[in-house]
Design a protein around this ligand. Structure first.
Ligand SMILES: [Zn+2]
Length: 492
């Protein structure tokens, strides 16, 4: 088999913890990071004789995601017991869905670049081309406890046990590690727009397993399916898939055979290792949970939740390009997070230069936010103050550089930009008389450079402007200084 005849087929299974206040079947808090085993009760500890009660909010949150992913919604839903033994699962079964699922047959459009290698590695690669990835199903289930291994001991924290978990299973429509990465980025973006989960993978709030097989491009059936686990970031999902695809192709090219198995990604040595081989399909002996009545998703609830959906990122991205005439790059940066896009649009109500506003946000503001490690949700900046700062630059009262410094102060305080500027003595000198005086001084002190300019050395002018800026402690308007200098020099 030749490499170019082969293609990878990838399916992703994503688990996302929903950010409801309480757990899926009990009133315990679902908060992350509390003292171990401080958020537990008989229900989520799996003690015998207690009864689970479904959290309506979790159903609504799951429904939001299902609708946003264009799924067909199942009206009559049942919970099943999926049996297996593991220390983090004291009941010896997990409550999940089986056979029919809350949402089925949906899709997610992911951005791709033109060309055969549809590779989007950075936001800046983004175009408005998309590829549709099918969503096979998504359902609600309970999370399990967490094992913590410290030296020779293992501990169990049941705080996580019973937190509502959304499992989202894609069709094997993904054909490259980059597409898998982009699928995860897009999925996370949508779920964050919906406000139902932070999707933080470092904290384990979003988890992802992958299955990958290799087939001949012309073949109708899939190759041997290999499952990948233990990836702790989107980047490791991409790297693990990349490694695994190359490994499988190499074996097939050498005439070897692949066996169905589960492999673990090792972050340290950047390779996958066999964990277990699958002799036969796993049997979880699923049967309907007799303690939980079926739950109905009425068309009324469905329409109510649909009406609450925000404008989704893909649509907003397109609208920013079409209506606001932004480039795909700018639009992608601005619509990455809902809070940022909201902020941009609120500013636009008060300021009409779209492109200038966009530049201020995508460069200066985001740089300050990232440098200070701030979150957009709790951003201490009102559109009014931000616009006022931009106007000070537009009116020539502040240099771009001073404005950037002031922006930092504004993020830390409630102060007005003009107030900060006068406190720091940053208001630009635009008084022609005083600037001309300084220019004359500088020319006298730098006779040689001045004549260099007249001999045609363009660089000499920037040096002279720099000298004026130095004398005015950076408060002169460099454009004005340049003009005055040129006029003076040409008069010689
Ligand atoms: Zn509980």
């Amino acid at each position: 088999m030749k490499n170019s005849d082969l293609e990878a087929v990838i399916g992703l299974e994503v688990h996302v913890e929903l950010n409801t206040i309480t757990k899926l079947f009990c009133g315990c808090l679902a908060k992350f990071g509390s003292l171990p085993n401080s958020q537990v009760c008989p229900v989520c500890l799996g003690l015998p004789g207690c009864l689970p009660v479904l959290n309506q909010k979790a159903v609504e949150y799951a429904l939001k995601v299902a609708l946003a992913l264009n799924c067909r919604i199942t009206e009559f839903n049942k919970f099943y017991r999926s049996h297996y033994f593991y220390p983090d699962l004291p009941k010896n079964y997990q409550i999940s869905q089986y056979e029919t699922y809350l949402g089925e047959d949906g899709f997610l459009d992911i951005p791709v670049n033109e060309g055969i290698n549809s590779d989007v590695k950075k936001v800046s690669d983004r175009t408005d081309k998309a590829k549709r990835i099918g969503i096979k199903e998504m359902h609600l289930e309970e999370d399990v406890g967490k094992l913590v291994h410290i030296s020779n001991f293992s501990f169990i924290d049941f705080n996580r046990s019973g937190i509502p978990l959304l499992e989202i299973v894609s069709y094997p429509d993904i054909n490259s590690p980059s597409e898998a990465y982009q699928y995860l980025v897009s999925l996370k973006q949508i779920i964050r727009y919906l406000g139902v989960s932070s999707c933080n993978m470092e904290k384990g709030i979003l988890r992802c397993d992958a299955n990958v097989s290799i087939k001949k491009k012309t073949a109708l059936t899939l190759g041997t399916r290999i499952e990948l686990k233990n990836m702790n970031s989107f980047r490791s999902v991409r790297e693990a898939l990349d490694f695994e695809i190359k490994r499988q192709i190499r074996i097939l090219e050498e005439g070897g055979n692949l066996i169905p198995e589960t492999r673990l990604w090792s972050e340290e040595d950047h390779r996958t290792r066999s964990m277990r081989t699958k002799v036969e399909a796993e049997h979880y002996r699923c049967f309907p949970d007799p303690d939980l009545p079926p739950f109905i998703i009425s068309s009324r609830l469905k329409e109510e939740i649909r009406s609450l959906l925000p404008e989704l990122p893909q649509r907003r991205f397109q609208r920013f390009i079409e209506d606001l005439r932004l480039s795909p790059y700018d639009s992608a940066v601005l619509t990455q997070e809902k809070e940022l896009a909201d902020f941009f649009e609120k500013c636009l109500e008060k300021y009409s230069d779209t492109k200038n506003l966009c530049n201020w946000i995508t460069t200066s503001l985001l740089a300050e936010i990232n440098r200070r490690n701030l979150s957009l949700e709790g951003l201490n900046l009102e559109p009014e103050r931000f616009i006022k700062l931009i106007r000070l630059v537009d009116d020539g009262k502040l240099s771009n550089l001073s404005a950037k410094g002031i922006l930092g102060v504004m993020l830390d305080s409630k102060k007005d930009p003009e107030e900060i500027a006068s406190e720091k003595d940053l208001i630009q000198i635009r008084d022609l008389g005083s600037l001309q005086k300084t220019v004359i001084e500088v020319l006298q002190e730098n006779e040689e450079t001045a004549s260099d300019f007249l001999k045609g050395k363009e660089k000499a002018l920037s040096f002279l402007i720099g000298q004026v800026m130095k004398k005015t402690k950076g408060k002169a308007d460099p454009k004005m200084v340049g003009q005055i200098l040129k006029e003076r020099l040409e008069r010689r």
